[in-house]
Ligand binder design. Structure first.
Ligand code: G4P
Length: 526
């Protein structure tokens, strides 16, 4: 198969959702339907595994299968799917956002009794920055929830997104029996599945022939809803879906497997395959270009606690990756031989001999790689960087042993390069005693652990009360306005860009109204 054909059959995606919407459950069911695992378990021991450091580790502990990885690769029909983990619980961190730079589409999972929740909304905004195609899965239909039409309205108004239902639920809660495919008008009725442990039996028939099977009452309700729907949804077009303007909507229950298969079929057959990427010089690199290129979007240390290893996750953008390939790191110009690359099948980590656009390869990093690095064979390239997102938690380091200042500085610098935390500097004291910023609090825990284990520095983190950070741009005058007022803490980031911190949004809004030409950004301007 040519590189172009390999790229075309790849689907690289993430699932975004609010905690508890059912992401872990849906992940497991996608694996079940793809045949990557054969029996899903009733997930019971979850409470005892609260402290697992990733959703998937939790799944691993519960199910006894080995999927400790940040990406699951599996085949379905003719597609090769790469599902990237976007942690949503306590382990929510900047990584979650960065992963979205490496996918070509996302599945937005919504609990249909709750509608769009805060975390979903935030993740959605990150997807929107890249105009990512978004598929919506309304979950937990086996329980009572909002009226489906109201839910559609919630999605489209809260997210300012057009919606195109691909199927429609028949019943809800205990009466949830199946879905109607709105494009073919085929009714899919689900049964069996042993409470979600195994694949369901599906019965199909045309809607026109379904009255007897559904009973007149349910049948007429469905017809009525479909009529109302004509006025509510938008017709599906691939063009608008790929542009991130219109979201196809699916309904189901990850717990009981209802509706999982239509979702998976759509992802495999109709979702976005890897597209072109722009370099910072404005060159467009297509997936089927001859030269292999890729970029690093995540670095994870200590994947294997017995070896202190560090794995850099690379997304292949163009060409064919082969084991042992020599690459140039765009940022530093250094050469690196990628001799020990790993890929992640559903069951295990294994050496990868080749990979294609859309694939994720784990590279053992000798400490040369940073998040956002571009790798190419023969030249120094830079894909548009991976943005930094405004931290929401802040702290200051208190060093237990003042003799360890040097180690602390080295550790903080390296760990900030790896994207573990962000550093902000007070202009009056230079690069001494930086403030630490994190999107998720777990990042602080990881930092403390790693400082101790890798740099032998014991420290205490003193939490600061700031909750917001905004990058400042606009006129010189605006910056001066802020700096002249002593109640606005203006710091500098790693690139010396000014950043405003605050406990609340109010002073930021006040500044926006009063500082002439001030612009504040939630995402680092690139
Ligand atoms: P998350 O990764 O998004 O946080 O969600 P997760 O899959 O862990 O699911 C959160 C809870 O929602 C779990 O219940 C899970 O069983 C339940 N759930 C997921 N999908 C569905 C669904 O389609 N229908 C229903 N009714 N429930 C669903 P829990 O009580 O927190 O865990 P457990 O005690 O059942 O293990």
């Amino acid at each position: 198969m040519s590189v172009a054909e390999q790229a075309r059959r790849r689907r690289t995606f993430g699932i975004i959702s609010h905690p508890d919407a059912g992401k872990t459950t849906l992940t497991e069911k996608l694996l079940l339907y793809s045949g990557a695992i054969h029996l899903a378990g009733s997930v019971k021991s979850r409470k005892s595994s609260r402290h697992a450091v990733s959703d998937w580790m939790k799944l691993e502990q519960e199910r006894g299968i080995s999927i400790t990885s940040s990406v699951l690769q599996f085949e379905y029909e003719n597609a090769a799917l790469n599902l990237l983990d976007t942690p949503g619980h306590a382990d929510f961190s900047e990584d979650t956002y960065r992963v979205l730079a490496a996918v070509d589409s996302a599945v937005m999972l919504v609990d249909h009794s709750k509608g769009v929740e805060s975390r979903t909304r935030k993740l959605f905004e990150v997807c929107r920055m890249r105009n990512l195609p978004m598929i919506t899965f309304m979950n937990k239909l086996d329980r009572p929830g909002l009226d489906p039409l109201d839910l559609l309205e919630d999605i489209s108004s809260t997210l300012n997104l057009r919606v195109a239902p691909i199927n429609w639920p028949i019943g809800m809660g205990k009466e949830f029996q199946g879905v109607v495919d709105l494009r073919t008008r085929q009714v899919l009725l689900f049964s069996g599945g042993d409470k979600g442990a195994s694949v369901l039996t599906t019965e199909t028939m045309h809607l026109d022939d379904a009255e007897e099977r559904l009973g007149s009452k349910v049948y007429n309700e469905v017809l009525e809803e479909l009529e109302l729907l004509e006025g509510a949804g938008d017709p599906f077009t691939e063009e608008e879906f790929f542009a991130g303007e219109l979201s196809p909507i699916f309904w189901g229950s990850a717990l009981t497997n209802f509706g999982v298969e239509p979702l998976l079929k759509f992802v495999a057959a109709e979702s976005a395959s890897p597209g072109s990427r722009m370099t910072s010089d404005g060159e467009e690199i297509r997936p089927d270009d001859d030269e292999f290129t890729g970029f690093i979007f995540k670095i994870q240390a200590n994947m294997n606690p017995r070896h202190r290893d560090r794995v850099a996750f690379m997304r292949v953008v163009s060409g064919q990756f082969t084991r042992g390939i020599d690459v140039t790191i765009g940022r530093s110009g250094e050469q690196l031989r990628l001799s020990n690359p790993h890929t992640f099948m559903a069951q295990e980590r294994s050496i990868v001999e080749e990979a294609f656009p859309g694939d994720i390869v784990g590279l053992y990093d000798p400490g040369k790689l940073r998040i956002g690095d571009t790798l190419a064979v023969s030249r120094r390239l830079a894909y548009d960087g991976i943005p930094r997102f405004a931290p929401e938690h802040f702290a200051r380091v208190i060093l237990k042993d003042p003799m360890k200042r040097k180690q602390l500085d080295a550790g903080l610098t390296q760990l900030a390069h790896e994207g573990v935390i962000q550093l902000f500097y007070r202009p009056d004291v230079g690069r001494q005693a930086p403030y630490l910023g994190a999107v998720g609090v777990l990042q602080f825990e990881v930092l403390k652990e790693r400082l101790l284990n890798e740099y032998r520095v014991k420290c205490i983190l003193e939490r600061l009360s700031y909750q917001y950070a905004r990058w400042i741009s606009g006129s010189e005058e605006a910056l001066k306005w802020l700096e002249d007022r002593r109640d606005y803490p203006v710091l500098r980031d790693r690139n010396d860009q000014p950043v405003l911190l605050s406990d609340s949004l109010w002073p930021m809004n006040f500044a926006l109204q009063n500082a002439p030409g001030l612009e504040l950004h939630e995402v680092e301007p690139l």
